[in-house]
Structures are given as structure tokens and as C-alpha cells.
Design a protein around this ligand. Structure first.
Ligand code: SF4
Length: 302
């Protein structure tokens, strides 16, 4: 078996930053510590944080005192307001690239734009963005929803959830331009998402099997698996090595491995190890080819 790790895979700079801030808070704060929803969408990271005494809550109203950590996905200003009114210490780990979208939609709303937000209505990031321009934002995700978006001759802008597929964004844009010739476009898909999708696409067409490591709750991991599945029919999403099934392989395949932006490195290494074991057990000699990438950093955060 030849195992190819994509150039960009696993935790992005925004997730690293959020986890580091949460760990530091767990070490330094004396009172109870909570995180709103999940710090990042990965079950292993969430469980590790719970073991450090940081537990998830679904609503600020559940927190009677102590510290509240805001996740990397960001929140509506009303959440911060409520936390402050409850005298909670707030540690805000919102990714700077999500904060940038908050600033964009706020500025557009101030200029009375109709804002079309391509994203999943129930995703934490999308709900947070909506809270920054409440009455101006119209959330949609499927092409079939476009005819239901409000018609207007006034200014209209498109923004995106950071983890959408680049290809899908372009398809949506083409359709929207027919309906709104005046459309102002803000492609807010983040650099980390784009790099992970592009590097998965770069190898998926030459692979017999593609494995994406990430949790089902992770939008960017689900998207990666879909993107890889466009070029490689046997494309699977696994949360951890134990979910990799022996029956997916005969042992001599070319297998591509990628991972969502919220997946810690050790989970990727566990999956690679499991693939090597499967290959060896079927009488093959596995090899691992790694495309090393440069260290990522935030770009263009104003
Ligand atoms: S995926 Fe993008 S927006 Fe989300 S935390 Fe990572 S860098 Fe930030």
C-alpha cells in the first residue's frame, strides 16, 4: 500500500490558537470554566478539554459564574453582552478570520446592504455571523433556495461560511449574478479551508481510496470528504483509526489521507499506522509519502 498524506492536512492556525487559549485558561483560572458549545468541532479535542475541567454548555444562561470561553466559531454580540451582564470572565477564542466576516457584515449592514450568507443555518459560525447584521442577512445553502431569496434593486452582497467548498461557492456565484447583477462578492472561505481542499483535489484523482480524518460535526471535514469523493469514489470520513475498516482494502492500494482543520496530528498518525497494519496483514509492504507544507500563519486579517 502506498499512503499519501496531502500537503495541507489537520489543525489550522485558528484551531491551534483556540485550543492553546483554552488550555491556558484551564491552567490559570481558579473558578469554574465553561465553553459555549464545542471549542472546535472535534470530539477528541472536546473530550480532552472536559478532562481539564472545561465543560460545554449550550447557552450562556446555564453559567452562573466563573469563566466562559467563546469557541473558534465566534458568537453573536448579544452572547457577549449577556455573558458580561452575568459578570462572567469572557475568553474569546473566535478565529480572527471569522471576526473579519463579523466586521464585513456589520459594515455592509450599516450601508443597508441585503446580505446573502452561503452557509449552514444551524452551524455555530453562521449563527454568530448572523447576529452581527441580524435583519440584513439571508442564510441559504442549497441552489434550490436561491429563487426564495429577496429580490431588490438595492445593494446586495454575498459572503460565505469559512468552510464552504470553493467549487460550490463559484457555482452559487454564477447563479446569483444572473439574479443580482449588482452583486458585491466577498469570498470569505478561509485560506486553511482552501489549502486543504486544493491539496486533497491534487491527489484524489490518482488514489484508489481517500480517507478524511475528522468528526461528523466538523463542517470543513465533511466538505473535504465530499470534495475528495468527487474524484475518488471510495472516499471515507473517519473520526479515529478504529473506524478504518479492513474490508475497504485489498492491501496494495494507493490511499490518500487528508484531515479537517480541527483534527489533531496524533489522530492522523493513528490512521496512517492503522493503514500500514492493514496493508502488512494482507502481505504487502506499506510506504508513506508525505508532502510537507510550510508552517501556516494568518494572512490578510484586517
Ligand atoms: S478553518 Fe479557517 S476560519 Fe476556521 S478556525 Fe481554521 S483558519 Fe479559522
Amino acid at each position: 500500500m502506498e499512503i499519501f498524506l496531502t500537503e495541507y492536512a489537520g489543525v489550522c492556525v485558528g484551531v491551534k490558537r483556540a485550543i492553546k487559549m483554552a488550555h491556558r485558561t484551564a491552567e490559570e483560572s481558579s473558578g469554574p470554566i465553561f465553553v459555549l458549545h464545542e471549542i472546535v468541532h472535534n470530539t477528541h479535542v472536546v473530550n480532552d478539554l472536559a478532562n481539564r475541567g472545561v465543560h460545554s454548555v449550550d447557552d450562556v444562561s446555564e453559567v452562573k459564574g466563573g469563566t466562559l470561553i467563546i469557541s473558534a466559531h465566534g458568537v453573536s454580540p448579544s452572547v457577549i453582552h449577556e455573558a458580561k451582564s452575568r459578570n462572567l470572565d469572557v475568553v474569546d477564542t473566535t478565529c480572527p478570520l471569522v471576526s473579519k466576516i463579523h466586521r464585513i457584515v456589520k459594515a455592509l449592514a450599516d450601508k443597508n446592504y441585503t446580505i446573502l450568507l452561503l452557509g449552514e443555518k444551524s452551524h455555530d459560525e453562521v449563527m454568530g455571523v448572523q447576529g452581527h447584521a441580524e435583519d440584513h442577512i439571508h442564510i441559504f445553502h442549497r441552489k434550490e433556495e436561491i429563487p426564495g431569496l429577496p429580490m431588490t434593486d438595492g445593494p446586495v452582497a454575498l459572503v460565505s461560511q469559512t468552510t464552504q467548498s470553493i467549487k460550490y461557492f463559484d457555482e452559487i456565484l454564477e447563479l446569483l449574478l444572473k439574479r443580482y447583477p449588482q452583486l458585491e462578492v466577498h469570498n470569505t472561505i478561509c485560506d486553511a479551508t482552501e489549502k486543504r481542499q486544493t491539496s486533497a483535489l491534487a491527489i484524489a484523482g490518482n488514489m484508489d481510496v481517500m480517507i478524511t480524518v475528522g468528526s461528523m460535526s466538523s463542517a470543513n471535514s465533511r466538505r473535504l470528504q465530499e470534495v475528495a469523493g468527487g474524484l475518488c469514489k471510495a472516499s471515507y470520513l473517519v473520526d479515529q483509526a478504529s473506524e478504518v475498516q479492513d474490508g475497504w482494502f485489498s492491501g496494495g492500494e494507493r490511499v490518500g489521507v487528508t484531515a479537517g482543520a480541527s483534527t489533531p496530528d496524533y489522530l492522523i498518525e493513528d490512521v496512517i499506522q492503522k493503514l500500514k497494519e492493514i496493508s502488512s496483514s494482507k502481505g504487502y509492504s506499506p510506504s508513506v509519502i508525505r508532502n510537507e507544507s510550510a508552517e501556516e500563519e494568518f494572512i490578510e486579517v484586517h
